[in-house]
Design a protein around this ligand. Sequence first.
Ligand SMILES: NC(=O)c1ccc[n+]([C@@H]2O[C@H](COP(=O)([O-])OP(=O)(O)OC[C@H]3O[C@@H](n4cnc5c(N)ncnc54)[C@H](OP(=O)(O)O)[C@@H]3O)[C@@H](O)[C@H]2O)c1
Length: 405
Amino acid sequence: MNITLLGSTGSIGVNTLDVVRQHGERFTIHGLVAGHNIDVLCSQILEFRPSIAIVADEQTLDRLQERLNEAGLPRKQWPELGSGPRDRVQAATADEVDFVMSAIVGVAGLEATYEAIKRKKRIGLANKEVLVASGSLVMQAVHQLGTELIPVDSEHNGAHQCLRGGKRSEVTRLILTASGGPFRETPREKLWRVTPEQALNHPTWKMGKRITIDSATLMNKGFEVIEACWLFDLPPNQVDVVVHPQSSIHAMVEYNDGSILAQISATDMRMPIQYAMTYPERDRAPVPRLDWNEARTWTFSAPDFEKFRLLKLAYQAQEQGGSATCTLNAADEIAVEAFLAGRIPFPGIAQTVEETLSRQVATKPATIEEVLEIDRTSRELARQVVAEPARVTVTMEHRDSNESL
Ligand SMILES: NC(=O)c1ccc[n+]([C@@H]2O[C@H](COP(=O)([O-])OP(=O)(O)OC[C@H]3O[C@@H](n4cnc5c(N)ncnc54)[C@H](OP(=O)(O)O)[C@@H]3O)[C@@H](O)[C@H]2O)c1
């Protein structure tokens, strides 16, 4: 199977290449698409010898060329090189490509993924912003063309596996598990003191920065609720979240007779990545299996929707429909950047998103260009919200005085 990997230098990208490395007989790499991380991309090119390699922009392309020269790779052996959105689309839609792993973070991966869907490439979908920002258009194309879209996010991948155990018409509920993040036990008023370093310290998963902060605020779980609604054609009130700190059960599906099927596996993204790449077959395990001789305890509890307001806002945005979830994602990305830069405190992320949502009128985008325009204006609004002096001063005072919300 010939693969284009969108986001090769990220956490999902690196894990995908490890699966490719372990199953050299099944997979080859057609395209590697990255942003700015030339060091990692260059070593991936040397190891996997793709036909095409794309970076975010022209300057990065110049640096990549220099690096390939320094590495001593003869020009004749270089892949075709390119940069920017159009070249990303080309890498994802080339005739030779059988499978596209969509693992760019943010809406930068939307267009290439959408075009690959339209060309009926089989898709492994990790880039959750694709469905959060543009679920209606993307799923319309998937259904119209019959494109296979296999979720890579561990929860949806788990649900995909559980759904193979019964009829879709008999499903009553989908249950997504959440680790609860590093602040599961932290009292609400102490969240004002949370530093970026603490928020980046996820208890069970090693991931990119954005998704790690989103896991700490439970925004990530909110995005997953939205994704699940689109992927499995369910209304938000049939998608539940349960806190399960051990992250061993990834998802559960309840059927109309009350039976629940759960998917359990090691907390390692190579498991869902490999499942998506080999589906409908299964291949040898890419990571050590769970050892049932070890004592273990699994716990479950309900999420705190007041402490983690972004989870509640995600349900509300999905209920509202149209572009509300696109704005939710765009505002969150800006707020997370501001938090990581020390410009707003941790609870300021939810405040920024809520305020942006209240100011942006939701519409129904009819094209990907319209989605990207809504994304752009939502970001602009969120930046304004972050920059409002009163807001920043008040929230920073909260942090210094450690008052409750
Ligand atoms: N990590 C996980 O366990 C996990 C689990 C479920 C879902 N996801 C989802 O999968 C996606 C990727 O997550 P991640 O954790 O792998 O993120 P990450 O480690 O931050 O990697 C992001 C990737 O996107 C690339 N990228 C960013 N901006 C780009 C641009 N403008 N053009 C081209 N490439 C660009 C980055 O390239 P450079 O690094 O070269 O700049 C990198 O390869 C996200 O949507 C995330 O929510 C991740």
